[in-house]
Structure formats: C-alpha cells, structure tokens
Design a protein around this ligand. Sequence first.
Ligand code: SF4
Ligand code: SF4
Length: 407
Amino acid sequence: MAELHPALRAEAQAIAKRCVHCGFCLATCPTFQVVGDERDGPRGRIDLVTAALRGEPISKETLVHLDRCLSCLACETTCPSGVRYGRLATIGREYLEKERSPMGRLVRRAMGWLMPHPRRFAAALRLGRLVRPVLPAVLARMIPQPRHHGLAADQAQGIVAVGPTPAAAGRHAAGEVLLFHGCVQDALVPAINEATTTLLHGAGYVVRDTRPQCCGALPLHLGQAEDARQMARTLLDHLQPDLEKGIRCVVNASGCLAHMRDYGALLAQDACYAARAERAAGLFVEPAQLLQQLVRRDPSAPRHIMLHAPCTLQHGLHEAGSVQRLLEEAGFTVAQPAEAHLCCGAAGPYAILERAMAQSLKARKLAHLEAGEASMIVTANIGCLIHLAEGAHLPVRHYLELLQPKP
Ligand code: SF4
Ligand code: SF4
C-alpha cells in the first residue's frame, strides 16, 4: 500500500488545527444523534484521524468509527470555525485503509469492481432481479425493483401525465450542453436522464450524452482513493475537448456533482491534471441552474410535494434553494421535512456496508417526509431516491421527472 502523500498529511493536519473543539457540530451529526458516542461525531473523528497521522497506535475501533461517517457534511455547515471535515475524512480514510481486515478489503474490492462500471452493474442488476424471488428477504430487499422504463409508466399509474415536447421554436438557441450519464442511474431509473434531456431541449439546448462512466465518488466512498483519482482523470480526458470550449456538463445526481466539483482537491498533487481539474469544476452544473419557465407535467398531479434535499445538494453544493424555487415556479407547493439537515442514510455504498445505521436513519427520515400532507417525495440524487423508495409509502421521484417545458 502506497504511503500517504506528505502534502495530504500536511493538509489534514492544517484542517484539524482549525477545530476548537466547541462541539456545535455534534447537534447536526446524524451518527452522533443515533449512537451518542463522541467517536461517532465529527470532533471525535477528527481526533481519531489526527492521532493516527501522528503515528499513535491505531485500534480497530478507529476504522469502525470512520466507516460509520456518512460524509454528509452536515458538520461543515454547522461548524463556526470553517473546519473542512470532509477533506480530512477523505485523507484519513486513504491513510487508514491499510488497517482493514482482509475480508473487509475483499468485500470493498468486489463492490469497487462491480458498482462503478455501468455494464457490469446493469448485468448484475438484471441477474439480481431474476433470482430475487428465491433470495433470503434480507438480500432481496437490497435489490431495487424496476420502477418503470420511461415516464409512460408513471403516466399509466396516474402519477404524472407526459405532455408533448414543445415545438422547435427557439430550439438550439441556448447553445450546447453535455449530459453526464454516470454509472448506475441509467440501469436503475432511466426516466431521470430522459426527463433531463426533454427539459433541456425545451429550454433551447442541444444536448449531447456523455459515455456512461463513474465520476469516482463510489470508489472514494469505498476508501479506494487511487481508483477514484484514476476515474476522475479518465472522465476529464473524455470531456476535455468540450470543456476546453467552455461547454457545460449537466449532472443531475447531486452526489456525483458534489464530487466532480471537488476534482481540484482530489487531483491537487497531480501536476498534469491539477489545473485542469480546478478549471473544470465551474463547468459542472446542476440542471436547475439552466431551467426556467417550466410547468407541472399534469395540473391534476400532486400539488403538495415534500423535497428531500440530499446532503450533497444542501451541505456540499449549497444549491437546494434553486431546486425548491424551480419547483415552486412550476406550480408546486414544496415543503421540507423536520430535521431536513439530517442524512437519510444512503451515502453511496453506505446503505449496504452500514445497513443498520442506514436503515435507522431512513426510518427517521421517512417519518418526517411522510408526516405532512404531501403526496409525493422528490429528491435530486439517485442514491437517496433508491434508498428511500425501499420503505416509503409515498412515491419517490427525481424532481426533474415532474416537470415539462412551457410550450
Ligand atoms: S460528515 Fe456527517 S456523519 Fe460524518 S461526522 Fe460530519 S455530520 Fe457526522
Ligand atoms: S468541527 Fe467545528 S463545530 Fe465541530 S468541534 Fe470542531 S470547531 Fe467545533
């Protein structure tokens, strides 16, 4: 295992120094709220990582408490001292990965081999759905059921009515954008990218699809930092000709977008890519930034909706407001649940690797999301959508699925 880059060690130590141990972050940390153990809160984890980086003996518990962190960044939003906990945790994970048991490493390697690779993932999903009926219930529940293959199925269920794409008036006037397809979304809910394309066309954009590929967020969640860096480089190479011309890349999964905006930090030690990664960040955009003049797909569809703003959207990107505004302008009455700042427990592969905590946070989140008069839950990230849909009584949709361009 490669040693930690000295610059990363120095960066982690500099971040940790800013922590004044006030403990404000404990009030908004989901794992501390559930477990109540200092080591399962940001302050305790900062101490665990810095002790390890100082060369103090590392106990098995250190990795357990770091694994239990969701990387939700609620602590960053709360921290009055501007501690960049997320970067510190990422560096800590890279350093501590060598402490993982062979079995733990094997499981993560297998997930890293499967999940970020679109073809492998789609094939495994098809197979999983096929054998689902004969699997034990605990495994069967982990395999997402097909929801629909396009908006037509939602229409058939009376959830939305798909209107016609507006005529070509004004088409192409807004310029060209890329649509990032990611790794798992097309296999899980293809309707999200379909809806995004329709909406961007309606707003006058020429839309070009990117090759389906992982942005690197999944391997980073799995502690495979070098794989994450390599995926970021591959994606930047693929997008380079367009990014050089200033063409923006639309990313409709907030988990991917938050990670891609952070490419500069991820590749800071790479002389060939650091500057490119930094420049690219500004060209990765949340779709709500490009969309205006929208209407509900069906005026008789649910008007009261509950917005589950993913952690990456609210704490990572700080763009939950623009999504809410877009939905309100389109005629929805949008509410946010109590404890909106708390993570739902999805967090990439966390929902599988830390199932007990993920389920506990989901139950708490769904109780709030389903408490009001809303008849639909909307979100902006495929991971949250799949996680919440397993257990929700209300339909859970990506917010773009509810909209159509104004003709
Ligand atoms: S990232 Fe989230 S789970 Fe991790 S320490 Fe911060 S608030 Fe807690
Ligand atoms: S991370 Fe920030 S909020 Fe938490 S204890 Fe340190 S200074 Fe206080």
